[in-house]
Design a protein around this ligand. Sequence first.
Ligand code: NI
Length: 177
Amino acid sequence: MAIRTVLKMGDPRLLKVADKVGKFGTPELNMLIQDMHDTMEALNGAGLAAPQIGVSLQVVIFGAKHNPRYPDAEEVPYTVLANPLLTPLAQEMEQDWEGCLSVPGLRGMVPRFTRLRYQGLDQYGKPIDRSVGGFHARVVQHECDHLQGILYPMRITDFRMFGFTEVLFPGQTPMDE
Ligand code: NI
């Protein structure tokens, strides 16, 4: 168990395409996922991808519990997803605010597919196949982008909607992904 350092935008390791996981249920993979979990919890994040802690593997974790401070925010079950495949279920895209643990202190308006199917494997190699929408779909797209070396600012279409969290949302601490 360890809280790892999250790489920040500008680090070339965040721009690499991550390798697929080949072996599941190994001590190394379990330790990586435990470290990712501890790091996400410590930073109050809604998601984290392995490349953000310098490991170039196709592993993401995400999840959001109900928070009384944000009653409208949807609950997302804690999920470990490896080797993901995303398929949009609607061509429709929706803009909403995102933040990222690798881009601290900033938030931007990012277009994402409103509904999608995601497939992949959990940390033991068991298949995952879900169709989701809303915030759940958004966080999956954000995390899986990290595996392709894409950070959310690269998706912003209107840079007037990009700024400092403390200015955009005074007195609030929205979750980063
Ligand atoms: Ni992120």
